[in-house]
Design a protein around this ligand. Structure first.
Ligand SMILES: Nc1nc2c(c(=O)[nH]1)N[C@H]1C(S)=C(S)[C@@H](COP(=O)(O)OP(=O)(O)OC[C@H]3O[C@@H](n4cnc5c(N)ncnc54)[C@H](O)[C@@H]3O)O[C@H]1N2
Ligand code: MOO
Ligand SMILES: [Mg+2]
Length: 400
């Protein structure tokens, strides 16, 4: 059987690449740029007044001048004006072009103005060039502002908008379907018979995908080979990624691996030395255009396998850097005998000294999904050890 590290490697070996599309920049939040954004002008594009006040020629101040007749006003949004006399000043507003002939701005707070004459109150503290944001100091025309591969957060979108691009080329998002299989499953609005349960995994998965900006479609099939085959065959025509739950272990109705094989999806691994989540299955079409995660049906296993494997895989495919696990400190000793990696639900607690403690919430096994409502993460405890003393450092995978 595979180790967790082997599974990680096989996932990395079978990544998928997405094509590109053009979207209005106002809809590009969270998307990954597929083009380079260049500066169309200098940043700032002119010597920009950075404080409301007066603009002067500094040499006059250096020569001992402290009073300046106000000759005009230069507001933001007005064409450039000259300072006609180097011993006078212009009132200038933040965002205005610095008048030609001026090089220094004195704030209103450092002046008194009487009868159209400004008098400096602290002349010795003024410096040449102060309160001027010089043209091109931030970026020059044709500088790369955003390289391809950048994830567009609000601050990057401000940059895109500022260069006048109304649309941007971004990586496409994968089309994802979430699929549950199981004769025992009924839907939320239904009343289960004694031998049935309301399904929950698909809604956990749909919400977790939504957190990644993905609108997944949701499907449920009974444990019937013909029905699952027909259903998956259709879904594979119009989705890039299938995330399944259930039917992947050793039971008489666990048909998922067989059906996927029959549909030409190659298995890259099935079963990982881990608990929960041992029966995890991963495969793809030979051209790598379709990827399938078949997660074990027990809800804690489904959750762990999604956050530990499927989410980072999808983030990578989408051109994003997968969220790294947090390295946290076990709050109290844990013993886990099987020679498997143990993914234990934990509640994280930030300590005043900066440490992040992981409080164990073992729950009652991989069917106990109500236990996860108290948890923040799964702590990954290595297969090689059995006893993990308090203070053990280990990676914790957030569950949102
Ligand atoms: N002989 C063996 N039996 C089992 C093994 C094994 O290795 N040998 N593995 C166990 C482990 S570990 C897990 S995990 C489960 C995985 O089972 P399946 O992926 O085949 O899932 P199912 O059998 O369909 O269901 C398991 C469990 O989960 C519930 N379930 C399924 N789907 C949903 C859903 N959408 N929402 C909520 N709950 C769901 C289902 O009712 C079952 O209780 O197999 C062990 N057995
Ligand atoms: O490994 Mo299973 O995922 O224990 O229930
Ligand atoms: Mg089963």
């Amino acid at each position: 059987m595979l180790t967790v590290a082997d599974a990680d490697q096989l996932l990395a070996d079978h990544g998928m690449t997405l094509t590109t599309e053009t979207v209005p920049f106002s809809k590009a939040r969270g998307r990954v740029l597929a083009e380079t954004i260049l500066a169309d002008r200098d940043f700032p594009p002119f010597d920009r007044v950075a404080m409301d006040g007066i603009a002067i020629h500094y040499d006059s101040l250096a020569n001992g001048q402290v009073t300046y007749p106000i000759l005009a006003i230069q507001r933001a949004g007005e064409p450039l004006q000259p300072l006609p006399d180097p011993t006078g000043c212009l009132e200038v507003m933040t965002g205005a072009m610095l008048p030609t002939g001026a090089d220094t701005v004195i704030r209103y707070e450092d002046l008194s103005i009487t009868d159209g004459v400004a008098t400096l109150t602290i002349p010795t503290e003024m410096e040449r060039g102060q309160n001027v944001h010089k043209q091109g100091t931030d970026r020059r025309t044709f500088d790369v502002l955003l390289p391809a591969g950048t994830m567009l957060r609000p601050v990057e979108l401000a940059v895109v908008a500022s260069v006048g691009q109304t649309s941007v080329s971004v990586l496409k998002r994968p089309r994802v379907a979430v699929i549950a299989t199981g004769d025992e499953l009924v839907d939320t609005h239904q009343t289960p018979l004694p031998h049935q349960i309301r399904q929950s995994n698909v809604y956990m998965l749909q919400a977790a995908l939504y957190d990644m900006g993905l609108d997944a479609s949701v499907h449920t099939f009974p444990d019937d080979v013909a029905t699952i085959t027909a259903g998956l065959s259709t879904l594979l025509t119009n989705h890039d990624v299938l995330i399944m739950t259930g039917g992947v272990s050793a039971g008489k109705a666990d048909f998922v691996p067989e059906v996927l094989g029959g549909l030409g999806i190659r298995c890259h691994f099935h079963k990982v030395e881990q608990r929960p989540g041992r029966p995890l299955w991963f495969g793809s079409s030979p051209d790598q255009q379709r990827v399938v995660f078949a997660l074990p049906g027990n809800p804690v296993s489904t959750t762990m396998c999604f956050y530990r494997y499927a989410r980072p895989y999808l983030q990578t495919a989408m051109g994003l850097t997968p969220d790294p696990p947090l390295y946290v400190e076990l709050a109290k000793q844990v013993t886990f005998k099987p020679a498997f990696t143990y993914f234990m639900p934990v509640r994280l607690e930030a300590m005043p000294d900066g440490r992040l403690l992981a409080n164990p919430l073992p729950g009652s096994g991989s069917g106990d999904f109500t236990n996860l409502t108290a948890a923040d993460a799964f702590l990954e405890l290595p297969a090689a050890s059995t006893v993990f003393p308090a203070g053990t450092l280990a990676p914790a995978w957030s569950i949102g």
